[in-house]
Each structure stands twice: as structure tokens, then as C-alpha cells.
Design a protein around this ligand. Structure first.
Ligand code: ZN
Length: 342
């Protein structure tokens, strides 16, 4: 599939945000680590050395000049390959999913001992018509674990939701689910138009929404609530309760979380209760911070040993019987650099 012009605009906007999102007064949090070219033979880069540190480590990776990337190899300090099978969509999914233009990698769990990483240029779509990146820019970030961990959210609300939603109550409820302090840094209002994705990897309608907004402050998550989300599948258009383009989030186009109002099936119906919206939003933010569903419909599991299948990250969050996260899930979200002291 050829990228639409809206997608290209979004890519450019995201690229600008990626290299210069800092407002003049904001500290520089990301430092350049390497810029490596993609070897046209194997289609991947040489290994980038990643210095070890006791602090939280994260990498931000950008395709140059544009295109998609995948982590092709990740070697630990003991020489162990951390990605056994890059093609398998199983336990390693959070490290090996395709990066559309840019992505953030959180080095926690087994990846906390990462010492070398390399990347492959991959087609963005199944028709393999897109441009392949020729080089990869890698930036690194070190940060301390905050004493009182919190999140900064910018609310992006559709008109119908903005008229009814109590934003402070919503933030409180999301904070309760994730056990994080919450700060709303701004509210933007958008049209109620449905967002229709042509495939699971078609982020263009989502990117187009964010591209129209003022550049967000760094470490802020855009939480879009309200527009109905529809995805084209082999069974026709499927309605989604929420969607997060990448696990974990933090870079690239459509870098945010998207929650549909809970009454999308019924035109003119009220948007749903604040409790329902908060749970869906907390679930999507869980994805953004690095969590997968404990178990998918086909039985595939996430890579955490302790995960119960019926908490916040259940694949049908409103049907889950328990609130909150397991200690392993919590460790993972706390490793994300956007979790900061407010
Ligand atoms: Zn989910």
C-alpha cells in the first residue's frame, strides 16, 4: 500500500518531533548513540554497542530517511542472543514488532543486560512497495526510577466526549488502575469523525489526528478519546474499543493511545461511563508503557511469568474481573522513561 499524503505529513511531523521536540526550556534527555548504515547485502546494520548502566536505559531508534525497521539481533553482556526467532510473534513481540519510522525500546527484564543491537530494514506493507531505510539513528537515554512515579497526559477529546467527560475524575480513575500519579497537561478537542484503519498496521488516520495538534511536551502521552475506531479485516470492518500503535510507545507517527467511546455501535448514544472509559484508557496506556495482553485469543501468551489473565491487561478489559497489575507488569511499566516524577 502506498502511504497517503496524510501519512507522509504525519511522518514528517513525527520526525521533526523526534529530533527537536524539546521546547527551548526543556532539558535534553536523549543523547545520540550511533548512526549506522543498512548493509544492502544482509539488509541489516552492524551491531551498535549500548553502554551498560545501573540507571533505567531506553533507546530511541529512527529510520533514515524513512521506512520501517525491525530489531534483528540483540546480544547481552554474556554473549546471549536475546531474540531467538525474530519472525515469531510470541514472547518477544514487544522487542521485535516493526518500527514504523521510529520507535522506543525500553531495556528492562532480560533486555536490561543488552550490550549490542542491530536492525533490519523491512517493508512497511505486505506489498513491499514502500521505501526501505538506508540508515538508522540510535539515541540513548538514562534516567533514575522516580520515587513517586507519575505520568503526564494530554487529553485529545472528540466533541461529544469533551462535553460530558469529567477530566479530573478520569485522571484519578486511570491513576488508580495503573497505581501512578496522573497530571493532565492540556486538553485538545477534535471532531467526532470515525477513524477507519485499512489494516492493523494502517496508522495513517491516527497519525493524521495527532499531526494537526501542537507539538506535545516531551514525556507526555497523547490520550485520544471519543472517535469510533474501525479496522478493515477479512471479515469486514471491525469495531475496536481501543488501539495503541506500538508496544511500547514513545516515538514515531501515531504516537499515542486511542480509546473509542463505549457506545460506538449506537449512533447518538451517550459516550459511556467515566469508569468504562478510564479502564479502557488505563489498558491502552499499559500497552504504551510496554505491556502486552497476558493471553491472546489464539492462546499465545506474553513474556511475563507472573501475569494473571484477568487483570487490567486482559484482552477484553471491560470483562476483566480484577483491577490493577501484577508486580512483574508493574516493574515493566516503571521501566518506561515517560514514567517520571511529576
Ligand atoms: Zn489491548
Amino acid at each position: 500500500m502506498k502511504p497517503s499524503s496524510a501519512f507522509l505529513c504525519a511522518v514528517i511531523a513525527a520526525a521533526i518531533a523526534g529530533c527537536n521536540s524539546e521546547h527551548a526550556s526543556e532539558p535534553v534527555l536523549w543523547t545520540p548513540l550511533a548512526s549506522v548504515s543498512v548493509d544492502s547485502g544482509p539488509g541489516s546494520t552492524s551491531a551498535v554497542a549500548v553502554p551498560l548502566d545501573n540507571l533505567r536505559r531506553a533507546l530511541r531508534v529512527s529510520a533514515q530517511p524513512q521506512g520501517c525497521l525491525q530489531v534483528s539481533s540483540a546480544i547481552s553482556v554474556t554473549g546471549e542472543e536475546l531474540i531467538a526467532d525474530p519472525a515469531a510473534s510470541d514472547a518477544d513481540i514487544w522487542r521485535t514488532t516493526k518500527l514504523h519510522q521510529a520507535g522506543l525500546l525500553v531495556l528492562e527484564g532480560v533486555a536490561a543486560e543488552l550490550s549490542h543491537i542491530s536492525f533490519a530494514a523491512v517493508p512497511c506493507d505486505t506489498a513491499a512497495t514502500g521505501m526501505l531505510p538506508t540508515s538508522v539513528r540510535v539515541e540513548s537515554r538514562l534516567s533514575e526510577l522516580p520515587t513517586n512515579p507519575g505520568l503526564k497526559l494530554r487529553l485529545v477529546l472528540s466533541q461529544a466526549i469533551s462535553a460530558e467527560l469529567d477530566a479530573e475524575l478520569l485522571a484519578q480513575l486511570i491513576g488508580f488502575e495503573l497505581q501512578l500519579d496522573m497530571a493532565i497537561t492540556g486538553v485538545e478537542v477534535i471532531a467526532d469523525t470515525d477513524l477507519i484503519m485499512q489494516s492493523q498496521a494502517d496508522f495513517s488516520p491516527l497519525a493524521a489526528i495527532l499531526a494537526l495538534l501542537p507539538t506535545k511536551a516531551q514525556d507526555t502521552i497523547d490520550l485520544v478519546i471519543g472517535p469510533c475506531l474501525l479496522q478493515q479485516t477479512s471479515f469486514g470492518l471491525q469495531q475496536l474499543a481501543g488501539f495503541t500503535p506500538r508496544i511500547p510507545g514513545g516515538a514515531g507517527p501515531a504516537d499515542g493511545v486511542f480509546v473509542a467511546r463505549t457506545s460506538c455501535g449506537f449512533a447518538g448514544a451517550p459516550p459511556g461511563t467515566v469508569n468504562e472509559i478510564a479502564r479502557l484508557a488505563a489498558h491502552e496506556i499499559g500497552h504504551y508503557l510496554g505491556l502486552a495482553h497476558p493471553e491472546e485469543l489464539d492462546g499465545s501468551k506474553d513474556d511475563l511469568a507472573s501475569t494473571s489473565t484477568h487483570n487490567l491487561m486482559h484482552r477484553v478489559p471491560l470483562a476483566a474481573t480484577a483491577t490493577g497489575l501484577t508486580s512483574e507488569q508493574r516493574s515493566r511499566i516503571l521501566a518506561h522513561p515517560f514514567v517520571t516524577e511529576l
